[in-house]
Design a protein around this ligand. Structure first.
Ligand code: NOJ
Length: 526
């Protein structure tokens, strides 16, 4: 069985992990120096967010050169050193690939701007003439995911306003035209470049975009669209996300992943691909992980599940039903660099911490791979970042607070900022994090960090690739995996615990070993 079918992968947001040179921004040597933390935590793999040459308008998701390291993060030799050091500690390394768009500073886009309409250089991107008598209106009505129009007009070489280019994200992230074969060839070279350097796989950014429907037709977002985390009474996930419409999930994208599958299959070891595809249904998620396509797809329904036994149950059942049909293993995730940290989503404070541990313990009992996001092992909460410190393009484009609050640099040691991170952190760290540092928590046997270490150790003994739901009423999610019984109490009162050996508990200090308190979870071997 490939290692990634049942692994724990730790996401490193490189800017915010560890800063080795004191400029206040995390870097690759910083990651290498802190690898023992990941070994001690007990994860199997790490995923590095983009560290390639980039003007950093979207913190690396705007790539100017896919085959080099931005000086902010180090040099190419630092990437090699990191990969080697991780392998020596038995940690796999996944890197991020961003195929939907380049940076506006990529050589191809600069060439396109200098070239004429309808030139080969412009055909690598989605340049179009505008609508209206003088082309003054955007070519269609699409909106950027980050707010505002999805089109920007360029000034042509003669100084007059000219064509428009598509950007589903920031204007510094022009979308590539995947109908042009040059694009697929370029990305095959990029994959091979990093595979040859020894990476174990790729996380694929907005994997369900790439192709847009022919003719780029107008699209009106449904007006009555429910909120992104809407669930029905019985826990079914409702319509949501930026996943519908002519810019997402087009059938042609699957040919790309069949090609990538063949590229990876030509390398030794079990190299892995994981799709970031905010798809509409479990079934559309499953299409990305058919046997000749990608290895995994993030299961965002789990991350979006409210604190509800029926919602959790529904996601688990639907996930296995959809993935069993294509023979793929599931993934589970609760936090990442784009979402509010799960401790805060589940209520913050003591309640949020209790529920976050319970949801994490449940996730880690499920067959498949779990993805952890840096800092969750410290119980970090979302930080309220002051407007003057916000850097996310989402904030600048939409006026929404954006994602900086989950990207605040890691606290490693010491009593005050930057808590051993390096230089003064690029987003200020809270003044009350002294008790949350890695050093402080390592010294406290009851800390969140020590709890994660213990649970990840216990997880290594779990067996079984399927789960069987056990009915213990509407407020308790219960399931069996092999000889393990997992219970989560989402109700308001304690429930009796079945007899058996408690292997792990979200609240090891629970006073009564015969009952399960609200907002907690337990693994029992009976
Ligand atoms: C998804 C990434 O996770 C996010 O951080 C980024 O802004 C967009 N893709 C655009 O690349």
């Amino acid at each position: 069985m490939p290692w990634w079918r049942n692994a724990v992968c730790y996401q490193i947001y490189v800017r915010s992990f560890a800063d080795s040179d004191g400029d206040g921004i995390g870097d690759l040597p910083g990651v290498t120096a802190r690898l023992p933390h990941l070994r001690d935590l007990g994860v199997d793999a790490l995923w590095l967010t983009p560290f390639y040459t980039s003007p950093q308008h979207d913190h690396g998701y705007d790539v100017a050169d896919y085959c080099d390291v931005d000086p902010l993060f180090g040099r190419l030799s630092d990437a090699d050193d990191l990969i080697r050091a991780a392998h020596e500690l038995d940690l796999k390394v996944m890197v991020d690939i961003v195929p939907n768009h380049t940076s506006s500073e990529h050589a191809w886009f600069r060439e396109a701007l200098a070239a004429k309409p309808d030139s080969a250089a412009r055909r690598r991107y989605l340049f179009r003439d505008g609508r209206g008598p003088a082309g003054e209106l955007p070519p269609n009505n699409w909106r950027s995911v980050m707010g505002g129009e999805a089109w920007t007009r360029v000034i042509e070489a003669d100084g007059t306003p000219g064509q428009w280019y598509l950007h589903l994200f920031d204007s510094s992230q022009p979308d590539l035209d995947w109908r042009n074969p040059e694009i697929g060839d370029m990305f095959e070279e990029v994959l091979r470049f990093w595979l040859d350097r020894g990476v174990d796989g790729f996380r694929i950014d907005v994997a369900h975009s790439l192709f847009k429907a022919e003719g780029l037709p107008d699209y009106d977002e449904p007006q009555d669209r429910p909120a992104p985390t809407a669930f029905t009474e019985d826990g079914a996930l409702l319509d949501q996300h930026f996943d519908q419409g002519p810019m997402w999930d087009q059938p042609e994208v699957h040919d790309v992943y069949r090609r990538w599958h063949k590229v990876l299959a030509g390398y030794d070891g079990d190299r892995v691909t994981v799709a970031e595809a905010w798809t509409h249904t479990r079934e559309s998620m499953a299409r990305y992980v058919r046997a000749d396509e990608l290895s995994q797809s993030f299961n965002f329904a789990w991350l979006e599940s409210p604190w509800s036994a029926s919602a959790f149950r529904r996601v688990i059942v639907d996930t296995f039903a959809a993935l069993d049909a294509v023979g793929a293993a599931p993934t589970w995730v609760l936090s990442n660099h784009d979402t509010v940290r799960h401790t805060t989503r589940y209520g913050g404070g003591a309640l949020g911490r209790a529920r976050a541990r319970a949801a994490t313990l449940t996730m880690l009992a499920l067959p498949g791979s779990s993805y952890l996001y840096q800092g969750e092992e410290l119980g970090l909460e979302q930080v309220e970042v002051l407007p003057e410190h916000r850097q996310d393009p989402v904030w600048f484009r939409s006026g929404e607070p954006g994602r900086d609050g989950c990207r605040v640099p890691m606290p490693w040691s010491g009593d005050h900022p930057p808590y051993g991170f390096g230089g003064p952190a690029w987003i200020p760290q809270p003044a009350d994090w002294a008790g949350l540092t890695v050093a402080a928590q390592q010294a406290d046997p009851r800390s969140t960090l020590r709890w994660y270490q213990n649970v990840l150790r216990a997880r290594r003994d779990l067996v079984g690739a399927s789960v069987e739901i056990v009915d213990l009423g509407p407020d308790v999610l219960a399931f069996r995996r092999g000889d393990l019984l997992v219970l989560v109490n989402c109700g308001a009162s304690a429930v009796p615990l079945p007899a058996g050996e408690v292997i792990a508990s979200s609240d090891p200090s629970q006073p009564d070993p015969t009952s399960l308190e609200p907002d907690s979870a337990v693994w029992i071997r009976d």
